[in-house]
Design a protein around this ligand. Sequence first.
Ligand code: HEC
Ligand code: HEC
Ligand code: HEC
Ligand code: HEC
Length: 255
Amino acid sequence: MNKSYMSKMNRRYMTNTNGRYIASTIRTLALTIAIGTIAVNGQTATTPINTNLPKSALAGSTHDIGASAAGAGGVGAGCKGCHAPHNGATAIGGPQSTGVMLLWARNLPDPTKPYGTYTSPSNLTSAKELSNGTALTLNTDARMYSLLCLSCHDGVTSMLVVNSVNMVGSVASSAGLTNDHPINMVYDLTVQPALNPITNNQVANAAGTSALPLFSSSTGLTVQCATCHDAHNTAKYTNYLRQPNTAAHCLTCHT
Ligand code: HEC
Ligand code: HEC
Ligand code: HEC
Ligand code: HEC
């Protein structure tokens, strides 16, 4: 092979656009095969279902509250009742760090104060204590999706203390969370087979029309308050639920 032929070859392989086209075709083929494999494994639903309800229904709801009144329609602070467009949490005397989580505009419950968790001999996936003494890793901590709610619904943390009926996690005036549906536990089919499968970090209902989001923690995908509830909308379904308040809601997860 003479020198000039060699350099021609090099030019062809190094700079030829057809070469790049072939490489990208091979990549596309590999991707197609990968997608095909997923379909063979039986996971046909590859597009996540939008689990969020329209936020436009917040106005006038019991969550449309403000800095000085609680409950029953509140004072209409809108989104700012919970989120701060700037300086999250400092507006209500909280630390800057709290606002790192979803621009949260409220103090969060004390991470050392236990709420208690639901336990029973048949409950196989034990719920983990929310306020377990470990510092919160803001932004990535799955517990947040429950602690955000408890920043009003524990009856202690907020200046907008929610009335006793809705103080879900109040340690002072109820059994904390020990008599509530377990939260902050891993949704684990290997431990509890009587659960429906997870696809795209969600559990879809039988009809495939709605789904409940699970929140990622270091030990796996967990159930939190915001799995069943959407704090932005109680007009579509009662009790800020993501689905109608019927047996079908429970059957989304339980078989
Ligand atoms: C009562 C408290 C509360 C109010 C008021 C509120 N939010 Fe939220 N928001 C939450 C909670 C809790 C979460 C985290 C759980 C979740 O993702 O649903 C969240 C999450 C979000 C997210 C990120 C997840 C998503 O759903 O896209 C956005 C964006 C958001 N809120 C926007 C808004 C807007 C816009 C408004 C006003 C129309 C508003 N929020 C009013 C509590 C609130
Ligand atoms: C987002 C999924 C999900 C939804 C929705 C859901 N659950 Fe559960 N539930 C679980 C998981 C996960 C556990 C823990 C299961 C285990 O490990 O045994 C659990 C535990 C329970 C337990 C405790 C069982 C025991 O052995 O003590 C009861 C009772 C229960 N759920 C009833 C309900 C009811 C009633 C509804 C509807 C109002 C409901 N669940 C909705 C996921 C869900
Ligand atoms: C900023 C404070 C605040 C936050 C944060 C908050 N709530 Fe509320 N919530 C309220 C108030 C105030 C009421 C009305 C209480 C009343 O009318 O007695 C309420 C009522 C409710 C109700 C009763 C149904 C209704 O229509 O009034 C449910 C269910 C509820 N909240 C769930 C949640 C969940 C779940 C979260 C987190 C995803 C959450 N809330 C976050 C303040 C809050
Ligand atoms: C497994 C699903 C599920 C989880 C998880 C869940 N809830 Fe609920 N929640 C419901 C359902 C269903 C109702 C309606 C109950 C009824 O109709 O009696 C409800 C009702 C409520 C109510 C109004 C009725 C009452 O008891 O005062 C509040 C407030 C509430 N939830 C807050 C929370 C908070 C805060 C958390 C997290 C600590 C949470 N929920 C976790 C399913 C759930």
